[in-house]
Design a protein around this ligand. Structure first.
Ligand code: ADP
Ligand code: MG
Length: 302
């Protein structure tokens, strides 16, 4: 188990993380979310042992993860970290970049393993291609495969699909997260993309003002977001009578107490997101059709 106790860290005198505590079981997938600058990347680097903490402890099983003051070389064999900016060996091919981290002792096994990893990140067609001519998204996939090469027990991923286009993202996510679950690799994923979380993460940690605002399952946080910050991660929402109501929870009815005036309709594919004014404030709801500007509508909870 990963056990993080009271992790507290500042850059020089600027506090970034304060009294962060949480646990992760083998094979568990934890998503770390929060606004830009909330400390997601700092937390991952801290977990990796890149910093000396001001306070607190990190344990993987019974082994303490220590910072550079105690370690000549940052990092541990059981843990891999894929940074937002990845460093590969540009003149080498995709398979050479990944193979570099595998033993040459069993060449057949090395070949099999390299091919398996290249398949997980869906780069089989590019196995022999030099990394320097790959796109940003393809490089990010090589970095992911390389981190998996020596079968870590924990994988720390910082915005792992940020450079990957939408065509590839969905299937890569499924393939990678399925592989991690099968191999019981714990993963901690910093992300601002709800698609990385829903359907994959076992728990979500929301960082806010240096602390953990909430730590719960995606379904609990989605159904009871409690704060607008949490709700905003899942989509458009409104605060009506102090209650958070997602745009998709409202519908147009014949008559109700909520009378709004349509201001704007945004095409979203399966529906339109309608922006309307209710008592002088913007409110959002989903509707199957376009609505005309300045048209009055009555809204009710679905
Ligand atoms: P996130 O990944 O959530 O966007 P970061 O962990 O990168 O947030 O940053 C958290 C805060 O720490 C920010 O205010 C950022 O400016 C600051 N910060 C990040 N890296 C450094 C650094 N190397 N030195 C000083 N301040 C930093
Ligand atoms: Mg970051």
């Amino acid at each position: 188990m990963l056990n993080v106790q009271n992790l507290t860290f500042s850059y020089n005198d600027t506090p970034v993380l304060s009294h962060i505590s949480f646990q992760a079981e083998p094979g568990e997938h934890i998503a770390v979310i929060g606004e830009s600058g909330s400390g997601k990347s700092t937390l991952l680097k801290g977990l990796y042992g890149e910093y000396d903490l001001d306070k607190g402890h990190i344990y993987w099983k019974d082994k303490a993860v220590l910072g550079p003051k105690y370690n000549l070389v940052v990092g541990y064999d059981f843990m891999k970290y894929v940074a937002q900016e990845f460093d590969l060996m540009p003149p080498l091919s995709v398979e050479e970049n990944i193979g570099k981290f595998l033993s040459n002792f069993y060449p057949e096994e090395k070949k099999r393993r390299t091919a398996e990893l290249i398949d997980v990140v869906e780069l089989t067609a590019f196995a022999k291609t030099k990394v320097k001519i790959l796109s940003g998204g393809q490089k990010q996939r090589v970095a992911l495969a390389r981190a998996l090469a020596n079968q870590p027990e924990i994988l720390l991923l910082d915005e792992p699909f940020s450079h990957i286009d939408n065509f590839k993202k969905q299937s890569l996510r499924r393939s990678l997260f399925k592989y991690l679950k099968e191999k019981k690799i714990t993963c901690i994923v910093a992300t601002h993309d709800k698609e990385d979380v829903l359907g994959y993460a076992d728990r979500m940690i929301v960082l806010h003002k240096h602390k953990i605002l909430v730590n719960d399952t995606p379904s609990v946080l989605y159904n009871k977001p409690e704060t607008p910050l949490v709700a905003s991660f899942f989509g458009e929402f409104n605060v009506i009578n102090n209650t958070i109501i997602y745009a998709h929870q409202l519908k147009v009815v014949k008559k109700s107490d909520l009378k709004a005036t349509v201001k704007q309709a945004y095409y979203k594919g399966p529906y339109y997101l309608i922006e309307a004014h209710l008592n002088g404030k913007s409110i959002f709801f989903e509707h199957h059709d376009m609505l005309k500007q300045n048209q009055n509508v009555y809204l009710s909870l679905k």
